[in-house]
Design a protein around this ligand. Structure first.
Ligand code: HEM
Length: 176
């Protein structure tokens, strides 16, 4: 998993708690990387799981809630870091339809070793998008937060529902 995922997570922990919390969770996890992440490095995705579990223990916030808030935060950071990907449309659903065949394709050109999920999309109605998420990393909650972060980024009103399916998660996004 790319270092940007970790640096943004630790940035969020510092913003919502403080720098001591960042140090404490890193120390408690005994991570192979030692917790020193660079944006372009690649790290075991289990490290983010360990950090989130530790933060949950210390903060009392449930792991799925932490992952979802993290996804919301991550979207706004990705949108700032990669403005070229978000400026092309102001429709949330058009944007989300482009994640699989455009954005993540461009991400892979930048980082050939990126571990990206797969998305299958279907427009059920003009304002309703079905998005099926599949990933061996099972970051459904992060994905949910990223979709919500996207809706807020575009300043729109919308709802996100989800249900597990056999080999992934089916999101239904309704957005104006
Ligand atoms: C500006 C837009 C976006 C950019 C630049 C971007 C870029 C990235 C990058 C760099 C990673 C890390 C890959 C790795 O760790 O090796 C990633 C992972 C991921 N992205 Fe995106 N992304 C964007 C939008 C989205 C959106 C809108 C969604 C959800 C619909 C999404 C879903 C995910 C998920 C769930 C992962 C975690 C890996 C996994 O689940 O297997 N991304 N993305």
């Amino acid at each position: 998993m790319k270092g940007v995922i970790f640096t943004e997570f630790l940035g969020l922990v510092e913003e919502k708690w403080d720098a001591d919390m960042v140090d404490d969770i890193i120390d408690a996890c005994d991570l192979p990387s030692g917790g020193a992440y660079t944006a372009v490095g690649t790290y075991d995705h289990q490290e983010i799981v360990a950090l989130v579990v530790e933060l949950s223990k210390r903060s009392g916030v449930e792991v799925p809630d932490l992952l979802r808030v993290y996804g919301q935060h991550l979207f706004s950071k990705l949108a700032t870091t990669y403005p070229q990907f978000v400026g092309k449309t102001d429709s949330v659903l058009d944007f989300l339809e482009g994640v699989e065949n455009y954005i993540h394709v461009e991400v892979r050109k930048l980082y050939p070793d990126a571990e990206l999920p797969s998305f299958e999309t279907r427009r059920l109605e003009p304002q309703v998008l079905e998005m099926i998420y599949r990933s061996s990393r099972h970051l459904d909650d992060v994905c949910h937060g990223l979709i919500e972060g996207c809706i807020s980024h575009f300043n729109k009103q919308g709802t996100v529902e989800r249900e597990p399916i056999e080999d992934g998660t089916r999101f239904i996004i309704r957005c104006e």
